[in-house]
Design a protein. Structure first.
Length: 132
């Protein structure tokens, strides 16, 4: 089995991105159909034959873009998980305002206008006590 890994060639280096733009009208980025018997590669968008190298580079660049999007989404999830609870509540209130609605007071159910939000304060210890 170790002999199989000797036949693997790892490709390194950079790809000239303008290489993919020289194909004419169709950029051949929509997908490819490969004939498993002859090895011919055809563009799914325009039906024209495409070189195997072009198809491989296009797929590698697409994978790279997707990997960057996944990494960005993971970073965003990580940031949101680390968000402090009071900031999450403020973010939810902002989303409600942006949606054209008003967040409501959990006690009296009255709407809270954005321009009046944050003008009054209550100590946390007092807000936890029952009113007299």
């Amino acid at each position: 089995m170790s002999g199989d890994s000797d036949n693997v060639i790892h490709l390194t280096g950079t790809v000239r991105r303008d290489f993919l733009r020289k194909a004419g009208r169709c950029r051949h980025e929509g997908g490819f159909t490969v004939d498993q018997y002859t090895g011919d590669v055809e563009c799914d968008e325009c039906g024209q034959p495409v070189s195997a190298a072009h198809a491989m580079i296009s797929l590698a660049l697409r994978y790279e873009r997707i990997a960057q999007q996944v990494a960005s989404a993971r970073e965003e999830v990580k940031t949101l998980k680390a968000y402090a609870p009071h900031l999450r509540a403020a973010k939810r209130a902002e989303a409600i305002w942006r949606g054209g609605h008003l967040p409501a007071c959990p006690h009296c159910q009255k709407g809270i206008e954005a321009d009046s939000f944050g003008h009054t304060r209550v100590w946390r210890q007092r807000s936890a006590r029952k009113p007299r």
